[in-house]
Design a protein around this ligand. Structure first.
Ligand SMILES: [Zn+2]
Ligand SMILES: [Zn+2]
Length: 157
């Protein structure tokens, strides 16, 4: 059993005794038909995003905003609004979670180049409690952001 990043599931998994991923049941090294440049990047308030296009990995000259909101079935226990506003990075990665009347909002500005500006970002997962957004991006963007992030603790593959 080894801890590897499954290129299909884009998460780190402990392989089963036969060497397959427990999630998709395929061998991580069997990469036929997979775009290996696409990886998952978890953007935290402390993540600094470099000017690398999230689609193609070339130099980015603008950003594209991802917005997500989440509503709860009931009102939040705390009636006072809590605002977390954090600005980081060369082009300004912004994670904003706004808690008011049981609505959470989060957004992130992803660096993108002029050629890829119409490509829709793919959100994998949002951890609302920790204000973390996991997006699918080009490997270079993740590598570069881990290199410049002060707490880029996600181990390189
Ligand atoms: Zn898998
Ligand atoms: Zn691009």
């Amino acid at each position: 059993m080894t801890l590897v990043e499954c290129p299909r599931c884009r998460i780190r998994v402990l392989t089963r005794p036969d060497g397959t991923c427990p999630n998709c049941h395929k061998k991580p090294e069997d990469t036929a038909g997979i775009d290996l440049d696409k990886v998952a990047l978890t953007i935290r308030p402390s993540t600094r995003l470099p000017a690398v296009c999230f689609v193609c990995g070339q130099t980015a000259d603008r950003t594209r905003r991802i917005r997500r909101t989440r509503e709860f079935g009931h009102k939040a226990e705390d009636p006072t609004a809590t605002i977390t506003l954090l600005l980081f990075g060369l082009l300004g990665a912004l994670v904003w979670v706004f808690r008011d009347r049981a609505i959470l909002r989060a957004f992130v500005d992803l660096p993108v180049c002029s050629r890829c500006k119409r490509v829709k970002p793919e959100v994998d997962y949002i951890d609302w409690d920790r204000a973390e957004i996991t997006v699918v991006c080009h490997r270079r963007l993740r590598d570069e952001s881990m290199r410049i992030s002060d707490n880029g603790r996600m181990p390189a593959c």
